[in-house]
Design a protein around this ligand. Structure first.
Ligand SMILES: [Zn+2]
Length: 264
């Protein structure tokens, strides 16, 4: 049975649902994406790096919004520390949990598809050989060459051949949900530490300016790197990223200041 050809979905192999961490376990063995087509293992590694940068970016923006909002209401350092730490943990744990759930679901569906494939190879090997031949033809081989390639692939490792050509997955390299969860957790935490330290370390009068400046600076870096890693135009990405962060801090600071002034 042909569930879905890898070529039908360009994003296949580039990322798993959720935070967009690429399937990569170990790097470079996944179905080729546009990036990987040019870089192989390097492309897969860049995908990981880009996902990490985006995770850190999330940590920066959400924690900055949180602590700047609290700073609008109070100058109490322990309140700022508590809010910042709680935000860091809540964010990184929720990222990790979301990633774990989404990668697990993907892994389950891949395992189920492999089981179906295995059964079909056993029950109807001729039809499966024909299917593999047609899939290879679709990829540009002539009928004879496709048939010959399909026969050889089937002799060597039929399940792997069908998994790769037909399903776009490598049966030996299913994404590990724990790896993805840890990666999300770490990336978010690293990002969140910046606004947290920036808000608690300086003296009362300097907290918000120091945080705003360091956060906007970091967002220039993360916006630029993620655009470069994704081979996109970096100028607009930086502007969008910095604007988003500035808006988040502006809104929460205004709300915090209003609440603080109202004595809530
Ligand atoms: Zn098949």
């Amino acid at each position: 049975m042909r569930i879905r050809a890898a070529t039908d979905s360009p994003s296949r192999g580039a990322s798993v649902p959720g935070r967009g961490y690429p399937r990569c376990d170990p790097p470079g063995v996944t179905e080729p994406t546009h990036d990987e087509a040019h870089g192989g293992a390097l492309g897969a590694r860049l995908n990981w790096l880009r996902a990490a940068v985006l995770g850190a970016n999330d940590g920066i923006v959400s924690t900055a919004g949180l602590v700047v909002g609290v700073a609008g209401a109070t100058s109490d350092r322990s309140a700022l520390l508590t809010a910042g730490l709680a935000g860091l943990l809540a964010g990184s744990l929720s990222m990790a949990a979301g990633e774990y759930v989404s990668v697990s679901a993907q892994r389950d569906s891949e395992k189920a598809a492999l089981a179906v494939e295995k059964r079909e190879l056993k029950e109807q090997p001729e039809a499966e050989l024909e299917e593999l031949t047609e899939l290879l033809e679709e990829r540009g081989l002539t009928r004879e060459v496709a048939r010959e390639a399909a026969v050889q692939l089937t002799e060597r490792d039929a399940l792997r051949a069908h998994a790769r050509v037909e399903l776009g997955i490598d049966p030996d390299a299913l994404t590990n949900p724990w790896h993805a969860a840890w990666a999300s957790f770490l990336a978010f935490t690293v990002g969140a530490l910046l606004p947290l330290l920036a808000i608690v370390l300086p003296g009362a009068g300097w907290r918000v300016p120091v945080t705003v400046v360091s956060v906007l600076g970091a967002l220039v870096l993360t916006g630029w790197s993620s655009a470069r890693l994704g081979a996109a135009a970096s100028g607009r990405a930086v502007v969008r990223n910095v604007t988003g962060g500035a808006l988040a801090m502006g809104v929460t600071y205004a709300v915090g200041a209003l609440l603080g002034a109202a004595g809530v």
